[in-house]
Design a protein around this ligand. Sequence first.
Ligand code: FMN
Length: 178
Amino acid sequence: MYTIYGSSRKGNSEWLGVHALEGIPHESVDLANLMIQPVEDRRHHGGFLPIGDDYRRIVEQMLQHEDIVFITPIYWYSMSTKMKLFIDRFSESLRDEDLRFRERMQGKRFHLIAVGGDDPKVKGQALVMQFEHIAEFLGARLETAILAEGNAPGDVAHDQEALTEIDAFRQKMSEVYV
Ligand SMILES: Cc1cc2nc3c(=O)[nH]c(=O)nc-3n(C[C@H](O)[C@H](O)[C@H](O)COP(=O)(O)O)c2cc1C
């Protein structure tokens, strides 16, 4: 199980992610601590050039897992900038023959945990749909989508509905991994 944290701070989404994975063996990465450059679309101009940042190492780690948990704050009704930078680079990986990215993504299970301050259970549906499309395009499947409410750090601890969904997720994952 691989968890990817996408916030720019130690806040609600991280708190929820840690809570969701308590006691479950997993590997995790916090994108805030890493350098991931924006994708440069060279698909029709000679192919992608290697970029010497942290992306390749992270994607290699991710590909070794069947369950991938994307944990992000909602920024402007979408995922965080860091998360989007990471996912944009999948286009580069799709053309990377050594990586066999598309082949290795087949059948992977995606899980989305997102926190927002502006009616996320309704307005976060666009983000859920976005992850469904991303998963489908890659041959994976979005198995879980949890939208939680919180603005200041710590707020999310009061979203009882989300906490119930997080507990159910942890229970389900512990049956697979513990
Ligand atoms: C740049 C920025 C954009 C935001 N846009 C939204 C938004 O579109 N919808 C929403 O519900 N909350 C939005 N928020 C609020 C955050 O999602 C909210 O504070 C969340 O708890 C942050 O998660 P974190 O503590 O894990 O960083 C935004 C916050 C920032 C800093």
